[in-house]
Design a protein around this ligand. Structure first.
Ligand code: ZN
Length: 244
């Protein structure tokens, strides 16, 4: 069983943990801040080590109630504790892109009644697929970009909290996104809410305020069917003074 530190503090970059499983290049720890991937957000990278022993974390995955860190080289099986550190620049980019996807999703739902079908983020770009009921034009794409940037700049706080599965399912907003259907095994659902914009059942990592996302630019859009549309975008970092 691994305690998932990233769920309560997405800004935690370093941690110390006990080794509870070690098989060749794969390590399971009692706690970790490495995100194992899921919901369109890639698994984290970084390093684990103690004293002179050091290994890069090249992949992370969930296995039952444990989180497995895949290393670039095997560490001695006598190691009992490890210090972990994220590739923070990469993870923080995922947090900004992930939060941007929520805002985009809220905007297209509120303005156009379009439901998200899926999203994927990378360090330098992201894309979102959705089912768009109206006419798809360049003007519509421009409007989506403008409204999303307006919402980002408004500086909405991003709140994370838990609800019982029953309560969560009463709120249509939480199960609106087809990609985030709440699994039946979950008794408690983690909600990520951007006040006035979007609320989703979600296990990923996000920034604390939409202002940290910066500015979004839609770089490409595609019609993949009568209603299935895709937008691809990049983010520009916010100017430092905006974060004060
Ligand atoms: Zn999310």
């Amino acid at each position: 069983m691994t305690e998932e530190l990233f769920l309560s503090d997405s800004y935690l970059r370093e941690f110390a943990a006990r080794v509870i499983g070690l098989h060749g290049r794969e390590v399971i720890l009692d706690r970790t801040t490495f995100y194992p991937g899921g919901g369109g957000q890639p698994a984290d990278k970084g390093s684990l080590g103690v004293g002179p022993i050091h290994a890069s974390v090249v992949d992370v995955r969930r296995e039952g109630s444990g989180i497995v860190h895949v290393l670039d080289n095997a560490i001695p099986d006598t190691v009992r504790t490890l210090h972990g550190e994220l590739d923070w620049e990469r993870r923080y980019a995922h947090m900004r892109y992930h939060t941007a996807l929520h805002v985009l999703s809220g905007v297209i739902w509120k303005t156009f009644g379009a439901r998200v079908a899926g999203g994927q983020m990378r360090e330098v770009r992201a894309r979102m697929d959705f089912s768009f009921p109206g006419e798809w034009t360049v003007d519509v794409v421009g409007e989506i970009e403008r409204l999303t940037n307006e919402a980002l700049a408004e500086g909405h706080p991003v709140k994370v909290y838990e609800l019982s599965r029953e309560e969560a399912l009463k709120n249509a907003d939480f199960i609106r996104t087809q990609a985030n259907l709440v699994p039946e095994r979950l008794k408690v659902v983690r909600i990520v809410e951007i006040e006035g914009i979007d609320a989703q059942a979600d296990g990923g990592t996000h920034v604390a305020n939409t202002r940290e996302v910066g500015t979004l630019e839609i770089t490409n859009h595609k019609s993949k069917g009568r209603q299935n549309k895709r937008v691809e975008f990049v983010l520009s970092k916010p100017v430092e003074s905006a974060l004060e």
